[in-house]
Design a protein around this ligand. Structure first.
Ligand code: FAD
Length: 566
C-alpha cells in the first residue's frame, strides 16, 4: 500500500475474513484529530458525483452539521450547457470547469473528496464500494469501502445508443469535457484529411460530411456551432474545399426540438434549411460502420450515407451500477431510480437521488392528485362543479408544473379541452362533471406527462432543495410537531420538492437564439442571444470561470476561433 498523504486517512482493515483479502476503508476521522476530545458523532453524508446535482447540494449544505465525503471519478464540476461551444473552440475547456477541491475549500468545513467511482451500493449494510483508477491499495486494485448514514446519489446518466450497432465504435458522444475536446480535434482532422493531395473529390466530400444524430437541444446546438465555425473561420482557412462541407442533422421524429414550442421548432427548421444544414427528419439511424451511416425511412427504406465524422446525441441511459442497485432494491423494471417527492429513494433507508439518475415516482403524484380531489369534493357527492374543478386544476398546476406545461404544449388549457380528451362531447359551459371522468382525463394526462426533464436546472434545484432539508433535519427531529411539519401522520417533515421551470434556450447559430421563458414568452433572434450570454455568464459557478468564459467570447469576436489540431 502506497501510503500517500492524500490517502493518509485510509485505514486498512486486515483480515476481512469473507474475502480473505485486504479491504481499504475510507474513514473520515483523520489521525491528527483522533486524540482530540470528540463531540457526539456527526452523521456521515456521502455524495456520489460532482455534477450539477452533487455540486449544488454541496454548495448549499451546512457542512458543519455532518461528516461529509464526496466520491466522483472527476475532480471538477463542468458547466455542461457550454460544452457545444467547446467543440468548436468558441470557449476553451478549462473555462467551463471548476476544481471540486476549490469549491469544497470555500465551504471551510472538513469535507473529504475521493477521486474514484462507486461501483456498488450495499444499502443493506449502508456501505458503498469504490474504485480508484489513479491510486492502488495493498491488493493493487484501488478498491475501498465507504460507509454512510445518508447517501446522495447524483451520478447523472450515460449516453444512450439504443443498442444501435457500431455507434460506440464509430461515433462521438457529447457528454463530458473530454468528448468536446475529441470532437474539436476530429473536426480539424476531417478538414486536414480533405486537404491532402492524394484524395479524389468524392473522398474529400465524404471526409467533410458531418452527421449529427439527434435533433434535441444538444444536437441542434452542436450543428449550429459547427456551421458557424465553418462559415466564419474555416472557410477562410480552407478556401479550396469549403464548398464540399455538408452538415446533416438526423432526427427520427417528424421535427427537431420537439420539447420546445412549435414556433421555435418551425423557426429552427427554416433557419437550418436557409443555412444549408441538411435537416433529415423522420430518419432513424439503424447502423453505423467506419465509413457509412445507415438510416431508415418508411418511404425510402434503408439508405447508407458516407460520412467523415458523426456525433451521437439521442438521449441518456442509466449507469450500469445504478441498474444493479435498482435490481437489488426491487426497482429492476424501472428506467431510472424512483424517489418520492422528498427525493428519498423508494424503499431504501437513508438513500437520496437527484438529477439525471432519478425520477419522482408518478404513483405518488396520482395519490396526491386524488387527495386534492377528495378535499375539493366537500359534500362527498362524487361530482365537482366547473368552478371547483378549476380550483382543483389550479392547485394541481401549483404542485405539478409539468402537468400544466404538458397541457399548454398541446394547447389544452381549459377544462373543456381537457375533458374532451376523455369524454369527447363536453360542453364548455354549465357542465357538472363526473369526478371519475375528470380523474380519468387527468390520469390520461398524467400517464403522458413525462418525468421532469433531464436538465441542469432540475438537478441544481433538487440539489439545493435536498441540502436545505439536510440543514434542517436535526431541528426537525428535535421539534417534530414544529411549524415545518405541514402534513399529517406518516408524512415527511418537509415540504415536497417542487420544480420551478425558469425557461430554456436553444442557440441556433449566427448570433441567434430561441428562448422559451415561463408564461409562454417566446423570443427568437439576436436579442435572445444577448440574453443567453447574460444568463450563462451569470450562472457560472465562480468568478474565475465567469471571467474566463467572457474573455473567450471576446477573443472569439476579435480573433475568431482557433483551428489548431491540439
Ligand atoms: P452530471 O452533471 O452529469 O454529474 C454526474 C456526476 O457523477 C459527474 O461528476 C460524474 O463524474 C459522476 N459520476 C459518474 N459515475 C460515477 C460513479 N460511478 N461514482 C461516483 N460518481 C460518478 N441542461 C440544462 O438545463 N441546460 C442546458 O443548456 C444544458 N445543456 C447541455 C449540454 C450538453 C452537451 C449536455 C451533455 C447536457 C446539457 N444539459 C443542459 C443537461 C445537464 O447537463 C444535465 O441534466 C445535468 O448535468 C444533470 O446533472 P447531474 O448532477 O444529474 O449529472
Amino acid at each position: 500500500f502506497n501510503h500517500r498523504p492524500t490517502f493518509s486517512n485510509l485505514v486498512l482493515l486486515v483480515g476481512a475474513a469473507s474475502s480473505g483479502g485486504l479491504v481499504a476503508y475510507a474513514d473520515s476521522k483523520s489521525d491528527d484529530v483522533a486524540d482530540k476530545p470528540q463531540g457526539p458523532r456527526k452523521k456521515k453524508v456521502v455524495v456520489l458525483g460532482t455534477g450539477w446535482g452533487g455540486t449544488t447540494f454541496l454548495r448549499n449544505l451546512d457542512s458543519r452539521l455532518y461528516d461529509v465525503q464526496v466520491v466522483s471519478p472527476r475532480n471538477y464540476f463542468a458547466f455542461t450547457p457550454l460544452l457545444p461551444s467547446v467543440t468548436c473552440g468558441t470557449v476553451e475547456p478549462r473555462s467551463v470547469v471548476e476544481p471540486i477541491r476549490r469549491i469544497l475549500e470555500k465551504k471551510g468545513g472538513d469535507i473529504k473528496f475521493w477521486e474514484a467511482e462507486c461501483f456498488k451500493i450495499d444499502s443493506a449494510n449502508k456501505k458503498i464500494h469504490c474504485r480508484s483508477n489513479i491510486g492502488t491499495n495493498l491488493d493493487g486494485d484501488g478498491e475501498f469501502l465507504v460507509d454512510y448514514d445518508y447517501l446522495v446519489v447524483a451520478v447523472g446518466a450515460r449516453s444512450n445508443t439504443f443498442n444501435t450497432p457500431g455507434v460506440v465504435e464509430n461515433c462521438h458522444f457529447l457528454k463530458e469535457v473530454e468528448d468536446a475536446q475529441k470532437i474539436r480535434r476530429s473536426v480539424m482532422d476531417c478538414f486536414e484529411r480533405a486537404s491532402l493531395p492524394y484524395l479524389n473529390e468524392e473522398e474529400r466530400k465524404n471526409s467533410l460530411h458531418f452527421v449529427v444524430v439527434g435533433g434535441g437541444p444538444t444536437g441542434v446546438e452542436f450543428a449550429a456551432e459547427l456551421h458557424d465555425f465553418v462559415t466564419e473561420d474555416l472557410s477562410k482557412l480552407y478556401p479550396s474545399i469549403q464548398h464540399l462541407v455538408k452538415i446533416s442533422l438526423v432526427e427520427a421524429a417528424d421535427h427537431i426540438l420537439t420539447m420546445f414550442d412549435k414556433r421555435i421548432t418551425k423557426f429552427a427548421e427554416e433557419k437550418f434549411v436557409r443555412d444549408g444544414i441538411n435537416v433529415k427528419t423522420g430518419y432513424k439511424v439503424v447502423k453505423v460502420s467506419k465509413d457509412a451511416i445507415t438510416m431508415q425511412n418508411p418511404a425510402t427504406g434503408d439508405v447508407a450515407v458516407p460520412y467523415g465524422m458523426a456525433v451521437w446525441s439521442t438521449g441518456i441511459g442509466t449507469r450500469p451500477f445504478v441498474v444493479e442497485f435498482m435490481k437489488q432494491i426491487g426497482q429492476g423494471n424501472r428506467r431510472v431510480l424512483a424517489t418520492d417527492e422528498w427525493l428519498r429513494v423508494l424503499e431504501c433507508d437513508g438513500v437520496y437521488a437527484v438529477g439525471d439518475c432519478a425520477t419522482i415516482n408518478q404513483r405518488r403524484v396520482m395519490e396526491d392528485i386524488s387527495e386534492i380531489f377528495r378535499v375539493a369534493d366537500k359534500d362527498n357527492s362524487g361530482t365537482l362543479t366547473v368552478k371547483e374543478i378549476q380550483d382543483v386544476l389550479d392547485d394541481i398546476y401549483v404542485r405539478y408544473p409539468q402537468v400544466e406545461l404538458y397541457l399548454k404544449s398541446r394547447q389544452m388549457n381549459g377544462i373543456a379541452d381537457l375533458v374532451r380528451t376523455s369524454k369527447g362531447d363536453a360542453e364548455k359551459e354549465s357542465i357538472e362533471l363526473n369526478i371519475e371522468e375528470f380523474k380519468k382525463a387527468l390520469s390520461l394526462v398524467d400517464s403522458q406527462v413525462k418525468n421532469l426533464p433531464a436538465t441542469a436546472q432540475v438537478a441544481a434545484q433538487q440539489g439545493q432543495y435536498l441540502a436545505r432539508c439536510f440543514n434542517k433535519m436535526k431541528d426537525a427531529e428535535e421539534n417534530p410537531e414544529g411549524p415545518i411539519r405541514i402534513r399529517g401522520e406518516g408524512r415527511h417533515r418537509f415540504r415536497p420538492f417542487r420544480y420551478r421551470h425558469l425557461g430554456q434556450f436553444a442557440p441556433l447559430g449566427g448570433e441567434q437564439t430561441a428562448a422559451q421563458l415561463p408564461g409562454d414568452w417566446i423570443s427568437i433572434g439576436h436579442s435572445s442571444q444577448w440574453l443567453w450570454y447574460s444568463v450563462y455568464a451569470t450562472k457560472q459557478i465562480s468568478w474565475r470561470t465567469r471571467a474566463l468564459v467572457i474573455s473567450d467570447w471576446s477573443r472569439r469576436f476579435v480573433f475568431g476561433r482557433d483551428s489548431s489540431c491540439i
